[in-house]
Design a protein around this ligand. Sequence first.
Ligand SMILES: *[C@@H]1O[C@H](CO)[C@@H](O)[C@H](O)[C@H]1NC(C)=O
Ligand SMILES: *[C@@H]1O[C@H](CO)[C@@H](O)[C@H](O)[C@H]1NC(C)=O
Ligand SMILES: *[C@@H]1O[C@H](CO)[C@@H](O)[C@H](O)[C@H]1NC(C)=O
Ligand SMILES: *[C@@H]1O[C@H](CO)[C@@H](O)[C@H](O)[C@H]1NC(C)=O
Ligand SMILES: *[C@@H]1O[C@H](CO)[C@@H](O)[C@H](O)[C@H]1NC(C)=O
Ligand SMILES: [Cu+2]
Length: 351
Amino acid sequence: MKTTWPNAIVGLLCTSSVLAQTPSVAPVPCGNDCVHTEALKPRFFPDLQSGRVLAKYGPLAVPSMNQNHGMRSYQLEIPAPCDDCTITHAVADVEFANGAYANANTSMWLHHLVVANSNRTSVTCNGVPEFAFVSGNERTPMSISVGGTKRAGYPIKKGERFFLIAELMNEARSAKDVLVKIDWEFVKSPPADFKAVTPVWLDVDGPCLPRNGEVPLPENATVFNLVMNPPWKANFSGEVLWVIPHLHDGGDSLKVMKNNAVTCDSLPGYGETPGFRTPEVEHGHHGRTAKRHEEMLHISSMTVCDKIQRIEVGDTWGVKADYNLTKHAPQGEGDHLAPVMGIAVLFVVRD
Ligand SMILES: *[C@@H]1O[C@H](CO)[C@@H](O)[C@H](O)[C@H]1NC(C)=O
Ligand SMILES: *[C@@H]1O[C@H](CO)[C@@H](O)[C@H](O)[C@H]1NC(C)=O
Ligand SMILES: *[C@@H]1O[C@H](CO)[C@@H](O)[C@H](O)[C@H]1NC(C)=O
Ligand SMILES: *[C@@H]1O[C@H](CO)[C@@H](O)[C@H](O)[C@H]1NC(C)=O
Ligand SMILES: *[C@@H]1O[C@H](CO)[C@@H](O)[C@H](O)[C@H]1NC(C)=O
Ligand SMILES: [Cu+2]
């Protein structure tokens, strides 16, 4: 069963309509030649055996925009950031192999990234590994310990195997070499009162990601919402410590729904720094949105909810993604609009 996980991950990625156009790539080991780590000074739990490493994975060769819209996915087996430890904070980033800034304004997107723990199964989908970390281009931190205020983290046991699945998008006319970076912070041999979190993956594509999380837009619509249906029915109880919400450009709000009521309303910030702004292009895609003559603004942050309710057995939990393409320009892909996402990953301390 366990040995099929890497195949399951590849299968997972290759079911996407977008990725189906790319040749499927078997996961390759990312050993000493492809992971470079630098020790940083930990910020949280200085009284414990805390550590922090900046890991750079790659270089990954991203084809030019002429090939599959510059989109390419990578699956790398990576070493665990630490052994017998618990991850208290993580944040992703990308840079060009020469160290230069990589973001929308320099034509290089961190489209998606997940780190799969192949030894664990998702609690919301039996056929999918547990994702220990997730990031979109907005690079929301996974602050499980809530900035060191909660004695909790994502537990890593010695011998567990991790896969980095990254999708990068190059809008330049030439191929580029890119490094994916994750700043991992952890506590080694955490004390007994340290709590382990379980990630709970809620997704408008459904928890098993049949379309790799990427959902086509409803025909002709400019204002619409996407809902996780059916929602997840909780079979354990616990406290939600942190949420990573994710939308694509065009998104107006990502709502986490508990028993059909909004329990977290995460709002995207657009173009808050120059990296998330690109020059004006003609984007009256399919006549759906008016042509504008202004800078394009891309999602640069998602607000994080800190007043999430508890999970009780029997609750239903889901997500609702509100899109308004008049308010926020969506992403094009060739001559059509790119599929969109609506995801929230809850990090839960089980009772
Ligand atoms: C994780 O799974 C691998 C097989 O993929 C197995 O060899 C290893 O023993 C497992 N480790 C743990 C800690 O369960
Ligand atoms: C979408 O718009 C096209 C062109 O106006 C029209 O032919 C089509 O029926 C519309 N589809 C829906 C689902 O409204
Ligand atoms: C909850 O359901 C999942 C999926 O059916 C199952 O794998 C898991 O063991 C269940 N957990 C509990 C605590 O019952
Ligand atoms: C891109 O944005 C970054 C960070 O906001 C900025 O430092 C850089 O100068 C920008 N580069 C270009 C080419 O606009
Ligand atoms: C969509 O955005 C437009 C432009 O900001 C606004 O006028 C309209 O009220 C919005 N629609 C909804 C349903 O929020
Ligand atoms: Cu996405």
